[in-house]
Design a protein around this ligand. Structure first.
Ligand code: NAD
Ligand code: ZN
Length: 349
């Protein structure tokens, strides 16, 4: 690959181009990174095919990619935690560090956060990229750049399980066996959940979930949620105290409420239609708490520790690999799920 900064730039809906961009200069608290591996997230595909997610609209050309790892090539003068040659996982959200959310540790809620490949912020599906040094986490030698890139979706799973209160002996229902549902399952197991059932509308996703250690799987459809809840209870032999919803589908959120044991917790990770119909009184009178999830805060170190210790193995989720020059093809594979694609990784090296 020629020396330059080949970058995957989304100009508008369905207009993704590979083009050269200048190599950035790191600021005093930043590092310049030679990008290694970048995973394709459902949101990247969504920006490509729809040009927007909710209020975030692609109005100017934007580099895609935010599930990434790379190697430090240059450090700004204040950087003490890293040195050239260090391989790092890149936490894509850099908050303002000044507001009440940042100060309180909920920096994912910072209104001024920079977040890779969320308009108007450029992502890092490119050859060279600069980032805040304190949002880069050094990888141990035995952890690969692909695993480093996986710290991003894995952190969503860590945040979801933390907010759900998963602990030793938890009985957990996970709705949706996409990458996020699967990492949530891996984290829930690592946190001590003793029984996990995962649902999906696609049999192939459930087969993977089973291979990755789901205790139970349930093929669902959009039929009667009460009946589906009874099936969940029958399959698990118990009522789940925690449900982690990772599809965003209305029928799945309805199931999440009805299947969760009284006094339990439903966390909403999946982001589907902005408004839905759900049995809210049922949740209220049975004290089923409902919590939202937005990305993660202070989860990267835990995600990396889980990978490096071997507590969690994300490698089976990586189904397809492409070179940066094959980005269009890589996105097509991620979009269609061709060949049973779960996580598609692009190599920028
Ligand atoms: P994905 O589309 O690959 O996976 C979703 C899975 O849900 C698919 O396997 C699909 O077959 C399944 N599904 C669809 N309808 C269903 C239903 N009724 N019941 C059960 N399963 C059903 O997406 P992903 O990358 O795994 O992400 C999952 C969701 O999480 C998306 O909605 C995404 O936007 C959201 N997400 C949220 C956050 C956050 O911070 N809250 C972060 C990342 C992703
Ligand atoms: Zn802030």
């Amino acid at each position: 690959m020629a020396e330059g900064n080949l970058s995957a730039v989304l100009h508008a809906k369905n207009d993704l181009r590979l083009e050269q961009r200048p190599i950035p200069t790191p600021g005093d608290n930043e590092v310049l990174l030679r990008m290694g591996k970048v995973g394709i997230c459902g949101s990247d595909v969504h920006y490509l095919t729809k040009g927007a997610i909710g209020d975030f609209v692609v109005k100017a050309p934007m580099v895609l990619g935010h599930e990434a790892a790379g190697t430090v090539v240059k450090c700004g003068q204040n950087v003490k935690n890293l040195k050239p040659g260090d391989r790092v996982a890149i936490e894509p959200g850099v908050p303002c560090r000044m507001c009440e959310f940042c100060k309180g540790g909920q920096y994912n809620l910072c209104p001024d956060i920079f977040f890779c490949s969320t308009p108007p912020d450029d992502g890092n599906l490119c050859q060279f990229y600069k980032h805040a040094a304190d949002f880069c986490f050094k990888l141990p030698d035995h952890v690969t750049l692909e695993e480093g890139a996986f710290c991003e979706p894995l952190s969503v799973g860590v945040h979801a399980c933390r907010r759900a209160g998963v602990k030793l002996g938890s009985v957990v229902l996970i709705c949706g066996a996409g990458p996020i549902g699967l990492v949530s399952m891996l984290v829930a197991k690592a946190m001590g959940a003793s029984k996990i059932c995962i649902t999906d509308i696609a049999e192939n996703r459930l087969n993977i979930a089973k291979q990755m250690g789901a205790h139970h799987t349930l093929l669902v459809d959009s039929s009667n949620a009460e009946e589906l809840a009874s099936r969940v209870h029958a399959v698990m032999g118990k009522e789940p105290t925690i449900t982690i919803e990772c599809s965003g589908a209305e029928s799945s959120i309805r199931l999440g409420i009805l299947a969760t044991k009284s006094g339990g917790m439903l966390v909403l990770v999946g982001l589907g239609p902005p408004e839905i119909k759900m049995p809210i009184v049922n949740a209220a009178v049975r004290e089923v708490d409902i919590r939202g999830i937005f990305r993660y805060a202070n989860c990267y170190p835990v995600a990396l520790e889980m990978i490096s210790s071997g507590k969690v193995d994300v490698k089976p989720l990586i189904t397809h690999r492409f070179a940066l020059e094959e980005t269009i093809q890589a996105f097509e594979t991620a979009r269609t799920g061709a060949g049973g694609a779960i996580k598609v990784i692009i190599s920028c090296e």
